[in-house]
Structure formats: structure tokens, C-alpha cells
Design a protein around this ligand. Sequence first.
Ligand SMILES: [Zn+2]
Length: 197
Amino acid sequence: MKVKIPLDILQQIQNYVKFAAPYEVTGIGTVKVVPGQSNLAVDGRSIRNTDDFLVSEVFLPSQHSSTGYCRFADDALNNIILHVMEDSPERAAELRFRWHSHGNGSVFWSPIDEADISDWRSPWLLSLVTNVQGEYLLRLDTFDDLRLTLHDLTLEVILPEDPNLKAIHRREITDKVKILKEAPYEKLQRPNPDLQP
Ligand SMILES: [Zn+2]
């Protein structure tokens, strides 16, 4: 189970964090559940091992901030939720990502963060805390049947793909990397004469 964030969205969060520093900044976002890549083969059949999360958009609500605290302005969050809901009710259900920065400070879950997470009204919530140095923590909280927290989720940055560059790099590999039928292991195992007494 990992959290995938497209490069441009990660840069958007990092820019908000950098330009708000030394003050904190907070926001929300949409997240989709996508099939995980780690597949498990059972009885010759490949079954899905885990789901991953894909952050698809982030929003910056109007807010009040300080070096150790920030709060959405009145109605700022509701305005975003209404806006997304008008656009697409399904997307409104994907508003399950909260991100915030600790400015120049270290990353950890403060008592205020814990309370904010517990107050969130959805079956589950993905949370990111980050800072100017680019350090981060990611966690998943579930609220429905079981109140559960999964800490230290892995972040995977989705890099943009340039088809032209890809073709050039594929060509380079074909041209320059020649595949041997068998690796000459005996040469590697031969003692290095320089190291002999
Ligand atoms: Zn915090």
C-alpha cells in the first residue's frame, strides 16, 4: 500500500509550503483508490495484493496561519467541498486527503493534528505532514468499523513521461547494451593478483 502523487501536484504542495514558510499552511485534496502493483500469485492466478492511493488534485483554502498553528477561514472548506460537489458528486466523495506543513519545523503528528484527523467526517482519511526540507509523514486513518491508523506509508512520485525522450533512451539501450548469453562469472571469481601477498 503506497501513496502515488504526480510530480506537478507534489511541486504544488512544496511551493505552497516554501512560500508560506516560516508559517504553516494546510489544505485538502482528492484521492482515488487504485489497484496496487504488488501482485501475489496464488494457485497460478494473480490476485491483487493491496490497493494504492493516487492523489489527483489539491486545494488551498483561505486560512489563518502562524508558526505553530493554522486554521481554515470560516466557510473556506465548505466552499471548496460545494464547488467540487457541483462539479461532480463522485469527486466530492474523493475529498479524503489532508495535507499540512510544519514550516521549518520537524514532521510529526501533534495533538492538534490528531484531533483534526479524528474530526474528519468520512470513512477514511489520508494525511500528509511535510516541511520546507521536504521531509514528510503519510498515514491512513479509518473510522468506519474499526478506528485504525496505518503509519509511515510510502510515497511514490509519478514522473511525467515524454514519449520522444523515451524513444531516444530505448534506442540508446538497444545500441549500447549488448546482452551476453552467459555472464563470465569465472573471471569475476578469479583472485585479484593485486591483492595476493
Ligand atoms: Zn501538524
